[in-house]
Write a protein that binds this ligand. Structure first.
Ligand SMILES: N[C@@H](CCC(=O)N[C@@H](CS)C(=O)NCC(=O)O)C(=O)O
Length: 203
């Protein structure tokens, strides 16, 4: 049995999107980040980092949202997993790039401009984060000027991983990067993406 630990209101939304693309059935432990259930010895045994998402696939335990999606797509021989080694490498490249260049940066930017209560917002954190977000969007824009998708001729796990991680970018002004904006919306228009988004937004 496949089990997913992690609420849609966490990076587990990325896994939920992939599970939807693959049409898999799974047991969902809908744990919020830092919820008491993630502080138990049982959960720590699954992920010593105490973070979500984590999957348990018939005893194979895996954390890190990007790795989980790459694993699931490959294991289930999904067309979303590039068969060409170069496109496979590009899917890895973009997943790792996002984790390094955008993941925390976009979260910090949105938290410190809108999500946190005003008293907790730090202008200098938001500004530093925005600098990195804009530089990364420039990179994405340039890549999408050369190709419609990030890792080959069609939508793939590379696009899914980056677009899913950019959930918060759906709510910010990205018109300075028209190709990246259009690509992001193309990705999130997919039925599995819409379902994951609805779970996150409680619809
Ligand atoms: N790089 C990890 C990050 C996981 C992560 O930071 N998850 C957050 C929720 S989105 C969490 O569980 N935080 C709990 C904590 O900070 O203790 C991934 O992509 O899976």
């Amino acid at each position: 049995m496949l089990r997913l630990y992690g609420s849609a209101r966490s990076r587990a939304v990325r896994t939920l999107w992939m599970l939807g693309e693959l049409g898999l059935t799974y047991d969902h432990k809908d744990y919020l980040p830092r919820a008491p259930e993630t502080r138990t010895p049982e959960f720590r045994a699954l992920n010593p980092n105490g973070r979500v998402p984590v999957i348990d696939d018939d005893g194979f335990v895996l954390s890190e949202s990007m790795a989980i999606n790459l694993y699931l797509a490959k294991k289930h021989k999904s067309p979303l997993y590039p068969s060409d080694p170069r496109n496979e490498a590009l899917a890895l490249q973009w997943s790792l790039w996002e984790t390094d260049r955008l993941d925390r940066q976009i979260v910090n930017y949105v938290r410190h401009t809108t999500e946190f209560p005003e008293a907790e917002r730090k202008k200098e954190v938001a500004e530093a984060a925005w600098k990195e977000v804009t530089a990364s969007f420039d990179v994405l824009e340039a890549a999408l000027a050369k190709a419609e998708w990030l890792a080959g001729p069609a939508f793939s796990v590379g696009d899914l991983n980056v677009a899913a991680a950019l959930y918060r970018a759906l709510a910010i002004d990205t018109k300075k990067w028209p190709r990246a904006q259009a690509w992001l919306h193309r990705c999130w228009e997919r039925p599995a993406a819409k379902r994951a988004r609805a779970m996150r937004e409680g619809k």
